[in-house]
Ligand binder design. Sequence first.
Ligand SMILES: [Fe+2]
Length: 270
Amino acid sequence: MVRIALISDVHGNIEALEAVLRDIEKQHVDEIYFLGDAVGYGPKPADALERVLDVARLKVMGNHDAAIAASLDDSELKRYTPKALELLTWTNTQLTDAQREKLKNFQTDFVIDGIWGFHGTPWSYMDYLQFNSELPSAVQEDDYDAFKFIFYNMEKEGISIGAGGHSHIPIISSRKKGNTLVIHGLMPADIHDYRVELDDNRPVIVNVGSVGQPRDGDPRACYVIYGTSGEMFYRRVPYDIGKVQQDIMSITDLSIDVRNHQAKRLELGK
Ligand SMILES: [Fe+2]
């Protein structure tokens, strides 16, 4: 049996990443795969990137990584909010050319150990696959072509789990008989170690949540452990949010609005 830690959306939050790595060390994990966005938003993009490079065997490119690595054109940059854009511009000043080169080597997606890893969708780090918390518990498959396409390919290739990040909201989806797509929704915020039993004949698509900027109302860092024996766990890990807030507030090159917003959202998990 192989145990894989799936981590995503670190976003320059080295405190959260180190806390997650300490937790991973206790979980008898064989490999760490990274699903994108090492940088952007957070106050320590270079440290976070270097640590991801150290620990993750596979590294997917997130939209923030791409913006830094590849100088996105104007039409792509317009898709970022003004606050995100200000942070991206600042983040760019924090990385060396050598680090930008390393970001360029991040991959679009990967298939290994029964896992299909990607950032937003397998074909785009910008597109969203997941939905918000107002989802109905069951929706008709026909409404969701992207899910349908991924499930079709997973079943064809014998892949058990499709795993992405990008929305920062942990969600599990699977397919029932009768072509109904089931979104299991958010895990209860007060659960520390949420176990999901997997069925060989029923692939799941999951969002692994975010290490460095959770947005499901639970400020603790979030990641997933997947075991090839047929189970997965969502882990929530507390970290020193106050330290990261201090680091953000001390970046005088950023507007006070942006600093306040970023610091506040970490403690709210939004
Ligand atoms: Fe992200």
